[in-house]
Write a protein that binds this ligand. Structure first.
Ligand code: SF4
Ligand code: SF4
Length: 77
């Protein structure tokens, strides 16, 4: 099963990942990070297909997807 990690520190609550996920399994949580933003969370991890679209659209590189034994984090600094 693919693994999705959302870095709550980087998230700015833009909801792009929520709208882009083809499985509609991402959602905004009620948790507020240190920047004052509501952060995204993975609601149903077992339904994730590992497509990495969430990681691609995230403007703040807050999402990392692990699938087929490989970790994908776009634009690593
Ligand atoms: S990898 Fe694809 S299916 Fe999984 S949470 Fe991200 S956008 Fe959704
Ligand atoms: S796209 Fe990135 S910054 Fe925007 S809500 Fe999702 S994880 Fe947070």
């Amino acid at each position: 099963m693919p693994g999705v990690k959302i870095n709550k520190t980087y998230c700015k609550g833009c909801e792009l990942c929520v709208r882009a996920c083809p499985m509609q399994i991402l959602e905004m949580s009620k948790e507020i990070n240190l920047k004052g933003y509501l952060v995204a969370q993975l609601a149903e991890p077992t339904k994730c297909i590992g497509c990495r679209i969430c990681a691609i659209v995230c403007p703040d590189v807050a999402i990392e997807v692990h699938t087929h034994g490989t970790g994908y984090a776009l634009f690593e600094y």
